[in-house]
Ligand binder design. Structure first.
Ligand code: URA
Length: 215
């Protein structure tokens, strides 16, 4: 039986391998190389769960022994949409599980004056309306970027969207649940809160800086 904690459209993947690796990801003494490798591995493990409901169809193959009726994915198209830049750190791990997925990119910032989201970069597969899209951002903090990215995808015709993050704060989860009740949220951990600087507590620090070795 699956032990994932599922509340409404929030799914926390508490698989032991994910939780074990997340402990090392959280540790401030984990260096860039190991951090990157662990994020990549956890993303692959999370992809296993996030694709659990992909439709299958029955086909026949000749085994060396006989004809077997067996199953194959029934052509559902997947699109990965990492939010720049930290989302990039999870893409390769997912692509190893779903190598035929197309990858679009969204870069956003919030205008400090108007507080409106500004898309500084967006490049998407041409057929996003036909794809199941997985929006990827390691940290669901205030929920601002994920919310804006999802609105942006919906504006362009996307109807089938999931959100995949490593760690979420209740504040960010609420924003997505309120604004996008149709979007399932997959987390490796639901943390306690945000601090005054907008960091998730206990969190893992700045995911982008830790992935890319910047400060
Ligand atoms: N973004 C991060 O990288 N870390 C946080 O804790 C919050 C937002």
């Amino acid at each position: 039986m699956r032990s994932d904690q599922i509340v409404s459209n929030l799914i926390v993947l508490d698989h032991p391998l994910i939780q074990h690796k997340l402990t090392y990801i959280r540790n401030k003494n984990t260096g860039t190389k190991e951090f990157r490798e662990l994020v990549d591995e956890v993303a692959g493990l999370m992809a296993f769960e996030i694709t659990r409901d992909l439709p299958l169809e029955e086909i026949s193959v000749e085994t060396p022994v006989t004809t077997a009726k067996t199953k194959t994915l029934s052509g559902k198209k997947i699109g990965l949409i990492p939010i720049l830049r930290a989302g990039l750190g999870m893409v390769d791990g997912i692509l190893r599980m779903i190598p035929a997925a197309k990858v679009g990119h969204v870069g956003l910032y919030r205008d400090p004056q108007t507080l409106k989201p500004v898309e500084y970069y967006i490049k998407l597969p041409s057929d996003i309306e036909e794809r199941e899209l997985i929006v990827i951002d390691p940290m669901l903090a205030t929920g601002g970027s994920a919310n804006d990215a999802i609105h942006s995808l919906k504006k362009r015709g996307a109807t089938n969207i999931k959100l995949m993050c490593l760690v979420g704060a209740p504040e960010g989860v609420k924003v997505i649940q309120d604004e996008h009740p149709d979007v399932d949220i997959y987390l490796a951990a639901l943390d306690e809160c945000l601090n005054d600087h907008g960091y998730i507590v206990p969190g893992l620090g700045d995911a982008g800086d830790r992935l890319f070795g910047t400060k």
